[in-house]
Write a protein that binds this ligand. Structure first.
Ligand code: NAP
Length: 330
């Protein structure tokens, strides 16, 4: 006997709504902070660098990032002499979730590392950002003329007063981290922000290991190698001097061709696997335990980078990208 056909009820129960998609950007707990740290962020160095007539476009890039789920925004008092902080403050005050939904990171300049200067710098940054506090306050870079014995307790005091949610550093070596930690009491260094990407990592690798041992999150700046890891400048088109300088850092001077060859190898791997090139760049960093903070001068760059983030390449592909970034042609 044939099995009875299933009858469709005349009034089928309404389909259950699909569960909301998981947030595109996850979070990482960090030392000393009540708020977890987003895994991916937008850096606003360029917002200070770009010309005032480009302001509408750069504001649109921040606004688009917020709409697409970016909450970590990285700025500094030196970016455009405060212009970047001011622009960020304006955009966040108009954002749907209000300014407090964002995870705002700013930095005290390496020229202001004496205790009274740090306090004054924070007051000025908060005024430009139009906030009562920031989520994370970083020392932008060490100044060999100012002992960390002066700087770190001053940062700790701001954390204890609740004017900053957590404290951290940037461009610190493994030795700098050790010295800085010796001058803290209850506070902990939550993050160290350093330059780190698939093509430029020899200096950062030991810092990554030191951060991992100490429970410090490594924030990776220049994660896209200024567009090279978006597949840009790989077809013979001239790259600006600011991008070509990467080659001088990665290898000896004038080795641009080698850097381009490595970037092409990474692009070819991505194309072969059918994933966007920046997926490899950004997820390789996550695989190293780092949180990438990328730059974008236009809303479409933000869209492309977030679309790339949404694609998580398998570990074996990340391992092949790792080898290609080191120049291994095997
Ligand atoms: N702590 C420090 O000392 C330090 C130092 C440097 C940076 N940072 C932080 O890290 C952030 C990121 O650094 P970065 O700007 O060097 O990083 P990056 O993400 O490697 O480079 C950003 C640049 O890449 C290009 N780009 C981005 N997305 C693209 C896309 N989808 N397609 C094509 N090109 C694309 C754009 O170049 P164009 O604008 O030319 O189009 C963009 O300005 C900075 O904004 C800053 O917040 C910190």
């Amino acid at each position: 006997m044939p099995a009875p056909r299933r009858r469709t009820p005349a009034n089928p129960a309404p389909r259950r709504r699909a569960a909301a998609p998981a947030p595109v950007v996850g979070e990482i707990p960090i030392a000393g902070s009540k708020r977890p740290h987003p895994e991916l962020g937008l850096g606003l160095w360029g917002q200070g660098r770009w010309k005032p007539e480009e302001e509408a476009r750069t504001k649109a890039a921040i606004g688009r990032a917020y709409e697409l789920g970016i909450r970590w925004f990285d700025t500094a008092e030196v970016y455009g002499s405060g212009r970047s902080e001011r622009i960020l403050g304006e955009v966040l005050h108009r954002a749907a979730g209000g300014p407090d939904a964002a995870f705002v990171v700013t930095k005290v300049s390496w020229e202001h590392l004496r205790p009274t200067q740090i306090r004054a710098s924070l007051v000025n940054s908060l005024e430009r950002l139009a906030r009562r506090s920031v989520d994370l306050y970083l020392v932008h870079a060490p100044d060999p003329r100012v002992p960390l014995a002066e700087t770190m307790p001053a940062l700790e005091a701001l954390w204890k007063e609740g004017r900053v949610g957590a404290i951290g550093v940037s461009n610190f070596s493994a030795e700098d981290l050790e010295t800085a930690e010796r001058h803290l009491g209850e506070a902990k260094i939550a993050v160290n922000q350093v330059r780190y990407n698939l093509l430029d990592r020899d200096e950062a690798d030991p810092v990554r290991d030191a951060c991992a041992r100490r429970g410090i999150l490594l924030e990776a700046y220049t994660p896209l190698a200024r567009g090279l890891l978006n597949g840009r400048y790989l077809d013979g088109r001239a790259a600006p001097a600011s991008v070509r300088r990467l080659a001088d850092r990665v290898l000896e001077p004038d080795r641009w061709k080698e850097v381009v060859a490595r970037a092409r190898a990474i692009r070819d791997l991505a194309q072969e696997a059918g994933v966007p090139v920046p997926s490899l760049a950004l997820h390789w960093l996550r695989h190293q335990g780092a949180a990438p903070v990328f730059g974008a001068s236009r809303p479409d760059q933000v869209e492309q980078n977030l679309a790339a983030w949404a694609v998580r390449p398998p570990d074996d592909l990340l391992a092949r990208a790792d080898a290609a970034g080191r120049g291994d042609r095997a």
